[in-house]
Design a protein around this ligand. Sequence first.
Ligand code: GRF
Length: 203
Amino acid sequence: MRFAVLASGAGSNLQALIDRAHGHHGNELVAFATDKPQAPALQRAQAAGIPTKVFPASQYAGREARDIAMANWLGDAHRTELVVLAGYTQLVTPAFLEAFPQRVINVHPALLPAFPGMGVVQKALDHGVKVFGVTVHFVDAGMDTGPIIFQRGVELPEAETAQEVLAHLHPIEHDLLVDAVAQIAQGSVSLDPANPRRVRVSR
Ligand code: GRF
């Protein structure tokens, strides 16, 4: 399977995919796109020899125009079959999702549907939660609302800082994201026809 990654930040999830998904079981990371020219993730992709392109908001008439250009680059130029959002800080538009139906996934540092959106680890800390976690889900037009593929929680009742929590969450993110790509590539992931919110993974 040919997959692509979109990221805006440090790129530790991208790095896990480069190290543990790219070139494994016939899967290839064929393209990397970002909205942020300064993102360390961009340097990681370049260092791995992955084709990259920056799609800054300022160069397009609007979000949809940017997403159509990005979808064309990923789809037509690189024949991408799955798009992985790995710390991509833009909401993708319906125009983008229509280009890759049921083929965009995201990793989120909370147990959805609790704490969607940005800055969620701090919000969970502020709320006083004892169990943190990670969700990998299909992306739909909402904010972190798509069907859930994998989730894993971790009890951190004494945690005080977001940095401390994220140090526990990142390895979980990397494991779940790499696994999700592998399972989707194998055709093991499907929506339950009786309840399309429910994702079946038949290993
Ligand atoms: C991760 O916490 C991910 O869950 C969230 O953005 C962060 C990206 O981290 N969507 P990195 O850039 O992959 O290190």
